[in-house]
Every structure is written in structure tokens, then in C-alpha cells.
Design a protein around this ligand. Structure first.
Ligand code: ADP
Ligand code: MG
Length: 470
């Protein structure tokens, strides 16, 4: 059954197939193991009886390979007799963030069956990674945080696909935190060039894969072939170069490749989770990377998150109450990948339970995501900031003095602790010198009242809230 599919030899089992395997493991090994490991897995492909599983991090790969490989193989084999071995890889699309893509909600990993999945390089294309058809410019929502990066990416794509094949900035260096759209923009560039100028040779690779290929070439003494692959490339994109740092010979090789291509006026696009100057690489490399345009992608804003949610919901054919959308945009702030995860989970739920989704249900479904997205400010931090702000000693936060100059700041700190942490009233009380929960409650009410009448205090609270809240 399995040896069909694209030329890199990977074919996907039907999603039903895999979700049955996961369901089986969930029954056998319990909810915790399911949540911590199996839920995070995606099927990368099946080749010659070997099922390849992608997991988000190296740690996870080692862990599941040593602890669960047998169980997984047994479960998979009983669903699909063609599977005789399993192996695990680190999903390059995840980087090292450890953020999950919810495979139970959306079984299709970035890899898609048959013709939709494509190698971007030409006949020598083993080097290039597959392109995800969902990651196009059309599907990229532009907002303030990413507008520069988006404009630059478009510009590069158009120049590369244009008749003159100009190189607007070399390299284009995209940087930003995990899940903010770097990979998306790179794939979008590749799709654009591929569509409008199919003769151009484009290579898109994760830095990890670059290193892997290079080391392999060293081992098989075929570094010349390796270099040849790059010689004729028009556009080279290397994703997540932070992973190249430190590895001397590959860094060296990367540097040479890079220079050679720049000298020949070929376009290079690089992404990383840090700016060039913060990368842990040799100085000459660092400065060279910063020569072109450095475009950073900022953390998402509420508006952008809402825009993305609306567009993704439409793509999924999901109609959600506006209240729920706004709730998600408010609460899931870490990155776009998690936002998608949330939407997928809700999508799966509404397909099963054909009832209108309430805010409460959404909250319940997304408990773990919501918790992870809580601002992780501690009560200590709150106390310290508040004390500084009102110019009182930190010790006054826990003292029993009741003079207003210290009691008011203390109340503000309790109020903020209630607002910004998930601590209960008794817990907060304990942190404030062992006060009773009713004291905390009183403080919260008092500050709420005062901020309505006392402008100055309202501004103080607002300012502190903002300082602590991000
Ligand atoms: P990064 O490479 O920066 O870690 P990705 O490009 O993999 O992030 O993005 C994570 C997910 O979020 C992808 O599924 C991507 O399609 C989606 N995404 C990120 N930014 C946007 C955006 N502006 N519009 C639409 N989808 C986005
Ligand atoms: Mg990425």
C-alpha cells in the first residue's frame, strides 16, 4: 500500500488510521502519556515498512524513542500490517519550541498526500524540503507586527520571479519568536516564485537539515556534490539558522556557500529566532548576515490575532460566535500556532457536538492552552514593582503597619495579584504576611472602588498593570 506518494518516498496513512493508533495508545497508556507525548506526534510518512513520526523537540524524540517505541510499533502494526519499524524525527517546522500542533483535531501534518505536496527544487531536489500548500501569501494576514517582514518577503518574491531577477536586499533576514510566521513567509516566497517563474531554482531548507546534509556529504566524501547543489540556485532560503550556531565545520560551510551566492548575486533569505547580532556565531558571519535587510516580526497584537482567527475559521468552514473569537484573541497570546491549535480543537468539537459553542465550553476545551498562556507574573514581582512605584520598602508589603502610605500600596499589590495571577485569595493573603482572605477581598473591592473615583490612583494602577502584564 504505502510506496506511492511523492518522490521523497513518503506516503501518509489515512488520518483515520493514525487517529486509531493514537486512540489505542491513549486507552493503553493513559491520559497523561497521551497528552504529553502522543498528542504531539504527527506522521511524517511511511517508507518501506518504516513509519516515521515527527515530534516537536529533540528531548521528546529521545524520550519517546526509548520509552514508547515498542508500544507504538505494536499499536500501529495492529492497525496497519505494513508497518514493521518506527523511527522518530524532530519536526523541523516546530523548531525547538515544544508547542504542540493538535493532531487529533487536524490529522494532516504539514505533509499532504500526493500532488499537493511538492518538492521545490528540480531534479536534484533531494536538498529541498517539501512546501506546505497552506503557507502562501494569500493565507498570510498582515498587521502592524509583521508588515515590514511581509512587505520585504513580497518584494523578494516578486523580484526573484520577475524577468530581470533582481536582488533587492541580500540577505533578507527575518527574525522573530516562535510561531510568528517566519516559515510561513519563506514558503510563501517559494510558492510565488514557483508559480510565476518555475525555471528559477529555489532551495528551502531548515538549518538543521542543511547541517545534516552537509555532515552526510562529509561522511560519504561527496562534499563536491553538496556544493554543486547550491551553485545553480537562484534563491536559497535557510530556516532557523540559530541551530547552526556553534557547529564549526558546518558554520564554515554555510559561510562559504553564503558568500559564494551573494557574490553571484543570488537571493538569500534567512530566518532565526534572534537578530543577527544576538546569534551565537562567528563575528564575520554575524556582520555579513546583517548586511541586507533585517526585518523583525513582533509579537502579535489583539487585532492581528482576531484577523488571523477570522481568516482561519473561514478556511475551516467554522462559524463561531464573535464572543468566542474575541475571547480566544484575548487569551491566547503566545503565538499563532497555538491560536490555530485552539481553533482546530474547537472545530473538532463542534463537528462532533452539533450545538452552538458557548464561551464556557470553549474555556473548558482549552483549559490547558489557556493556563499556559496566562501571564506568568509572580506575587513577589508584583510586590517589588508596587513598592518601587510608591516608594515604600518591600518589607511593608508583608508588615502589619496600617498607616495609609503603606496600606494603600499594599492593597494595590493585592489587587494586582488577584488580577494578574491565578492565585486564590487565601494564597494571596499568605504572601502578604499571612493575612486573611477576607482582607484580600476587601483590598480588591477597595481598589476597584477607588479607581473609579480617584484619577491619580487609577493611573498608577493602570501603569503597574501594564508594566507587569507583559
Ligand atoms: P515560525 O516559523 O515563525 O515559528 P510559522 O511560520 O511556522 O512560525 O507559523 C506558525 C503557524 O502560524 C503556521 O501555521 C502559520 O501558517 C501561522 N501564521 C503565523 N503568522 C500568520 C499570519 N500572519 N497569518 C496567518 N497565519 C499565520
Ligand atoms: Mg519556523
Amino acid at each position: 500500500m504505502t510506496e506511492t506518494g511523492p518522490k521523497n518516498g513518503a506516503a501518509l496513512p489515512s488520518p483515520g488510521d493514525w487517529s486509531r493508533v493514537v486512540a489505542r495508545l491513549r486507552r493503553e497508556l493513559g491520559e497523561t502519556a497521551y497528552r504529553s507525548y502522543f498528542r504531539l506526534m504527527t506522521v511524517e510518512g511511511i517508507t518501506g515498512g518504516e513509519g516515521v513520526i515527527a515530534v516537536p523537540t529533540r528531548f521528546l524524540r529521545n524520550w519517546v524513542a526509548t520509552h514508547y517505541a515498542d508500544k507504538l510499533l505494536a499499536a500501529w502494526h495492529s492497525e496497519n500490517r505494513a508497518i514493521h519499524r518506527v523511527s522518530f524525527i524532530v519536526d523541523p517546522r516546530h523548531g525547538q519550541d515544544g508547542v504542540s500542533r493538535d493532531i487529533t483535531a487536524k490529522p494532516a501534518a504539514p505533509v499532504v498526500e500526493g500532488p499537493a505536496m511538492s518538492d521545490i527544487a528540480d531534479e536534484k531536489g533531494q536538498l529541498s524540503a517539501p512546501l506546505d500548500p497552506r503557507l502562501s501569501f494569500d493565507n498570510f494576514i498582515v498587521g502592524k507586527p509583521n508588515e515590514l517582514a511581509h512587505a520585504a518577503a513580497r518584494r523578494v518574491a516578486e523580484a526573484c520571479a520577475g524577468p530581470k531577477h533582481s536582488v533587492p536586499f541580500n540577505p533578507l533576514f527575518l527574525y522573530g519568536g516562535v510561531g510568528l510566521g517566519k516559515t510561513h513567509l519563506m514558503h510563501a516566497i517559494a510558492w510565488h516564485v514557483r508559480k510565476h517563474a518555475p525555471v528559477r531554482k529555489v532551495i528551502y531548507l531548515s538549518a538543521e537539515k542543511f547541517m545534516y546534509q552537509f555532515i552526510r556529504a562529509l561522511r560519504f566524501r561527496s562534499t563536491m556534490d553538496f556544493k554543486d547543489q547550491f551553485r545553480s540556485v537562484d534563491l536559497l532560503m535557510i530556516d532557523d539558522v540559530q541551530f547552526i550556531s556553534g557547529k564549526d565545520s558546518t558554520q564554515e560551510e554555510f559561510f562559504h556557500t553564503f558568500n559564494a551566492l551573494v557574490d553571484q548575486n543570488r537571493q538569500i533569505v534567512i530566518s532565526a529566532d534572534k537578530s543577527p547580532s544576538d546569534l551565537d556565531i562567528e563575528e564575520r558571519m554575524r556582520s555579513r548576515l546583517g548586511w541586507g535587510l533585517v526585518a523583525d516580526i513582533h509579537p502579535t497584537t489583539y487585532e492581528l490575532r482576531l484577523g488571523i482567527l477570522e481568516s482561519k475559521a473561514e478556511q475551516l468552514g467554522l462559524q463561531l460566535p464573535q464572543k468566542v473569537m474575541e475571547f480566544l484573541a484575548h487569551k491566547i497570546t503566545s503565538n499563532v500556532r497555538e491560536l490555530e491549535g485552539a481553533l482546530n480543537r474547537i472545530g473538532a468539537h463542534t463537528q462532533l457536538v452539533r450545538r452552538d459553542l458557548t464561551l464556557e465550553t470553549a474555556q473548558e476545551l482549552l483549559q490547558d492552552l489557556l493556563r499556559a498562556n496566562e501571564r506568568r507574573v509572580t506575587i513577589d514581582e508584583i510586590q517589588r514593582r508596587v513598592a518601587e512605584h510608591f516608594n515604600v520598602k518591600m518589607a511593608e508589603m508583608t508588615s502589619s503597619r496600617r498607616a495609609r502610605v503603606v496600606a494603600r500600596p499594599r492593597q494595590v499589590a493585592m489587587y494586582l495579584a488577584k488580577q494578574l495571577t491565578s492565585r486564590s485569595l487565601p494564597e494571596i493573603g499568605r504572601k502578604f504576611g499571612g493575612r486573611d482572605h477576607t482582607t484580600v477581598m476587601h483590598a480588591v473591592k477597595k481598589i476597584e472602588e477607588l479607581t473609579r473615583s480617584d484619577r491619580a490612583l487609577a493611573e498608577d494602577v493602570e501603569l503597574l498593570h501594564r508594566m507587569l502584564g507583559t
